[in-house]
Ligand binder design. Structure first.
Ligand SMILES: [Ca+2]
Ligand SMILES: [Ca+2]
Ligand SMILES: [Ca+2]
Ligand SMILES: [Ca+2]
Length: 399
């Protein structure tokens, strides 16, 4: 039996033995967050309750409702979340106040690190880590590729461990090169697969330096809108046209938005931050355990290997074009870290053998006809649309 298989079996046994320990935070809407259950958060929090403050996740988005400033306000359920306020940055307007006029970035941030067990609202995956808000999208959801590249470089320079990018677009040389620099610096870029429902990824998700995240709905089927391919993972993105758990609410990802209300939203934008939160928990647990964490690009591969090889295989056996490596499982990933260095090494070796990873693949190509469009603000990235009718918690608009 391979050491990986053995470690996964060990993980399953650990879970079977400790169901009574599952941490249940007192956030009143926690029971509407089916998406946290889907990736095993209750059991994962028994290994690590929310992560460490010295793990930093940069949210490259429309900004975050993290401060009271001019006409903007911090939303109530981010009050206990740690922010790197000193380094918060707005690459669109070139100021130090990445305030969120859209709502997208605040919702995404909530999934990663919403204040948890505070008796307010909802829970987040890695609620003890530090968030670095970096605005690269304008309030309408468009972005200049140069601002995106600058935002990536900026996050790396300010010590981010993980960059969440819940958006996508074409292949731009400046973004591709910034992602490569992040990889070389050991920073994992977690990116949304895209919402076109096609067998192809958007960029930067498609770069081998990044980790692509597609979306499943509540019953673990691929969401109709999710882009897909073999080398990706899945996380809950929901489908707001459905109510598969019959709780009277749309099956979206529930977080507080910049307007202070709690919204069920769908999209690969909503899936990606679950994985960013998981990556932050993995780094936290590895530091707690004193494990050897590789440097540079090897660290990115190490994180990807742990996340991908502990995912729940869906569809046909093994990695496949519809479900990729499967649905991420936070408890399995943390169990692997706790099962010893040989098991972790086995996961990394297994991933390198089975993925399409090759060192040559990481070498950037020479020419790119799209390079001529660099810097044109009309070639912006589009944010995910929140779906035909995002569910609003207090009005229950399930279609
Ligand atoms: Ca600003
Ligand atoms: Ca809360
Ligand atoms: Ca529902
Ligand atoms: Ca499969």
């Amino acid at each position: 039996m391979s050491s990986l298989l053995r470690s996964l079996l060990t993980a399953a046994l650990v879970l079977a033995w400790s169901p009574a320990l599952a941490f249940t935070p007192d956030d009143p809407y926690r029971d509407k967050q089916w998406h946290l259950d889907q990736i095993g958060m209750a059991q994962a929090w028994d290994y690590n309750q929310g992560g460490r403050a010295d793990v930093k996740v940069a949210v490259l988005d429309t900004g975050v409702a993290y401060e009271d400033y001019e006409t903007w306000n911090m939303v109530s359920d981010l009050a206990g979340t740690l922010f790197d306020r000193e380094n918060a940055y707005d690459a669109v307007y070139n100021d130090s106040h990445p305030n969120d006029s859209n709502g997208h970035g605040t919702h995404v941030t909530g999934t990663i690190a919403q204040t948890t067990d505070n008796g307010v609202g909802v829970s987040g995956v890695a609620y003890g880590v530090t968030i670095l808000p970096v605005q690269v999208f304008n309030p309408e959801g468009g972005a200049n590729p140069q601002d995106v590249a600058d935002g990536i470089d900026y996050a790396v320079s300010r010590g981010a461990d993980i960059i969440n990018f819940s958006a996508g677009g074409q292949d731009y040389q400046v973004v591709r090169e910034a992602c490569r620099r992040a990889y070389d610096a050991g920073v994992l870029v977690v990116a949304a697969a895209g919402n076109a429902g096609i067998n192809q990824l958007e960029y930067p998700a498609a770069y081998p330096t990044a980790l692509a995240v597609g979306a499943v709905r509540l019953d673990q089927e691929l969401a109709y809108y999710s882009n897909h391919t073999r080398d990706m993972v899945l996380a809950p993105g929901g489908e707001t046209r459905m109510d598969q758990n019959s709780d009277g609410y749309a099956d979206g990802v529930l977080q507080q938005s910049a307007d202070g209300n709690y919204w069920f939203k769908q999209g690969t934008s909503m899936a990606a931050p679950h994985v960013s939160g998981l990556a932050a928990l993995i780094l936290s647990e590895a530091r707690d355990l004193g494990l050897a964490i590789p440097e540079g690009g090897d660290r990115v591969d190490w994180l990807k290997a742990i996340i991908m090889t502990t995912a729940l295989d869906l569809g046909e056996a093994g990695p496949d074009e519809l479900y990729g490596y499967g649905l991420v499982q936070a408890a399995n990933a943390l169990a692997l870290l706790n099962s010893g260095q040989p098991s972790i090494n086995g996961a990394l070796m297994s991933w390198r053998q089975n993925s399409h990873w090759t060192p040559e693949y990481l070498v950037d190509g020479e020419g790119n006809p799209q390079d001529a469009q660099l810097g044109l603000r009309t070639n912006g990235y589009e944010l995910d649309s929140p779906g035909p009718r995002p569910g609003y918690l207090d009005t229950t608009p399930v279609l």
